[in-house]
Design a protein around this ligand. Structure first.
Ligand SMILES: C[S@@+](CC[C@H](N)C(=O)[O-])C[C@H]1O[C@@H](n2cnc3c(N)ncnc32)[C@H](O)[C@@H]1O
Length: 210
């Protein structure tokens, strides 16, 4: 296999923008999310009374799901086409165009963050900064749920949209720990048909960290 090229946030945004309607048609509904994953997301985020962010919300179906669970959720994504679709489809949920690597400090500390397959395009060198940024948004004890492609070694691959990375679960868990999180749950599912090996880590923001 040839060398897989790292991509910038602008390239990620452009790649998803050019495929936005196709992505929405194929993957933009809860039918494509495994029931176990929905339960896990709800278990960690659904009961929170403070603000919750769905960072890299794409078409917004998981923001809609969290809203229907009673969360005060805001969806944020790089891609204007996704945000326009999400606003039309879930008119009661606030959505914003923005980058999870460059978020303004919120007026109120955040109780929970979902990053469902939205950290996958970050270069390993960018991931730590992104995780520290997310931890700083969170109130002490705040919840984070990360869904990602799992693999035996950390490596980039040609994802259908643009370059993405698969991560060993232990290595991503170590990155979370270094960024000031404590793991509270993990879940893994092997390859299923065309679906690549999948993992989820749920964590809490430590009360004191650098
Ligand atoms: C694989 S899709 C997942 C979308 C959605 N979470 C879902 O489950 O369908 C990755 C999403 O992350 C978004 N994304 C990637 N990098 C981002 C960044 N730096 N800031 C905000 N969104 C980002 C992309 O625009 C895209 O919508």
């Amino acid at each position: 296999m040839g060398r897989v090229r790292p991509v910038s946030s602008l390239e990620v945004q452009q790649a998803y923008s050019s495929l936005a309607q196709r992505y929405i048609d194929l993957l933009g509904s809860l039918d494509t999310v495994h029931p176990d994953d929905l339960q896990l997301i709800e278990r960690h985020l659904g009961h929170l009374s403070g603000p919750v962010l769905d960072l890299g919300c794409g078409p917004g179906h998981l923001s809609g799901f969290l809203h229907s669970s009673g969360c005060r959720v805001t969806g944020i994504d790089l891609v204007p086409e996704f945000i326009a679709h999400a606003r039309r489809t879930y008119p009661d949920v606030p959505f914003e165009v923005g980058s999870l690597t460059d978020l303004a400090r919120p007026e109120e500390p955040v109780s929970g963050v979902l990053t469902w397959y939205s950290l996958i395009h970050l270069r390993p060198g960018q991931l730590d900064g992104a995780l520290i940024g997310i931890r700083r948004l969170l109130a002490p004890g705040g919840a984070l749920v990360v869904g990602f492609f799992e693999g035996p070694v950390r490596e980039p691959f040609e994802h259908r949209v643009t370059t993405a990375y698969r991560w060993p679960v232990d290595e991503l868990a170590d990155r979370l720990a270094s960024a000031g999180f404590v793991e509270v749950e993990r879940s893994q599912r092997p390859q299923e048909g065309e679906r690549r090996p999948h993992a989820v880590l749920a964590a809490r923001a430590l009360r004191r960290h650098r």
